[in-house]
Design a protein around this ligand. Structure first.
Ligand code: NAD
Length: 260
């Protein structure tokens, strides 16, 4: 299936082969898309990322801490120089200080709030703005959210607030970017539990996996969870989703619809 033949994607947030961004990249690569990656600066991280994305034969790798405007500018300059223009932007990253996740929400500090919302939500706005001039018409931007945006999830705390802001930002970006002459779509995938580095940072991921496996209407298992997310990402990246923007699409085996 080469529905993305001739398309180019810039992917933010692959850390290793477990990353949701990696599985999205895998689905896009198998559909014929050319890929490039941006990762947090740092030698150790870079080595990990180079190894993880090697099967995708990346066009380039660009270090970028999304909390730094100058990094974002430099990354888009690299994309313009190496890609010319591109079609798909994948935003698959988030961060909150550990203490904000492991202490009561009531104790969230102003600093932790700012950091979590800056890196996990504002970065989508900043990347979309910087990318629009070099993205092609009918392009697609996607981000990753989680059920915590809507429902109480133990320990998700300030990250839940960041995901609510992210989903709202998706709607505002979608409305503006859809009306712009380039008609770029902006959507979120709200993924079920996937065993990744970020999920381990929040804690209880193994317990959560068991809960998903037991409660989700469709099978939701550790070894295939991210593959499901990758398939919906492929739909959002391709023109099969040409009429879809501003949505938060749940890819969680139906877990979010179950009340009891
Ligand atoms: P991951 O740890 O593999 O990826 C998180 C990425 O964020 C890493 O590559 C990390 O380097 C990057 N990152 C953190 N701070 C950054 C910064 N300042 N600048 C640039 N990059 C930065 O974990 P993941 O689970 O694949 O996370 C990807 C996305 O999926 C996140 O938005 C996460 O909230 C979301 N998500 C995860 C799950 C899950 O169960 N794992 C469920 C729903 C949504």
């Amino acid at each position: 299936m080469s529905i993305l033949a001739g398309k180019k994607a810039l992917v933010f947030g692959v850390l290793n082969e477990y990353s949701i961004g990696w599985h999205i990249s895998d689905a896009l690569h198998k559909a014929g898309c050319e890929l490039a990656f941006s990762h947090l600066p740092g030698e150790k991280i870079e080595r990990r990322v180079i190894k993880a994305v090697e099967p995708f034969k990346p066009a380039f790798l660009a270090p970028c801490d999304v909390s730094r405007d100058e990094d974002i500018t430099r990354t888009m300059e690299t994309a313009a120089a190496k890609f010319g223009s591109f079609d798909i932007l994948v935003h698959s990253l988030a961060f909150a200080p550990a203490e904000a996740l492991h202490h009561p929400f009531l104790n969230t500090t102003r600093e932790a709030w700012k950091t979590a919302l800056d890196i996990s939500a504002y970065s989508l706005v900043a990347l979309a703005r910087a990318a629009q001039p070099i993205m092609n018409t009918d392009g697609s931007i996607m981000t990753l959210s989680y059920l915590g945006a809507e429902k109480f999830i133990p320990m998700y705390n300030v990250m839940a607030v960041a995901k609510a802001a992210l989903e709202c930002s998706v709607r505002y970006l979608a409305a503006e970017m859809g009306r712009h002459k380039k008609h770029i779509r902006v959507n979120a995938i709200s993924a079920g539990a996937v065993k990744t580095m970020a999920a381990r940072g929040i804690g209880d991921i193994d317990k959560m996996m068991v809960h998903y496996t037991e409660k989700a209407p469709l099978p939701w298992q550790a070894d295939t969870a991210a593959t499901h997310v990758g398939r919906t990402a492929l739909y959002l990246a391709s023109n099969l989703s040409s009429g879809v923007t501003g949505e938060t699409i749940y890819v969680d085996g139906g877990y979010n619809i179950v009340g009891w």
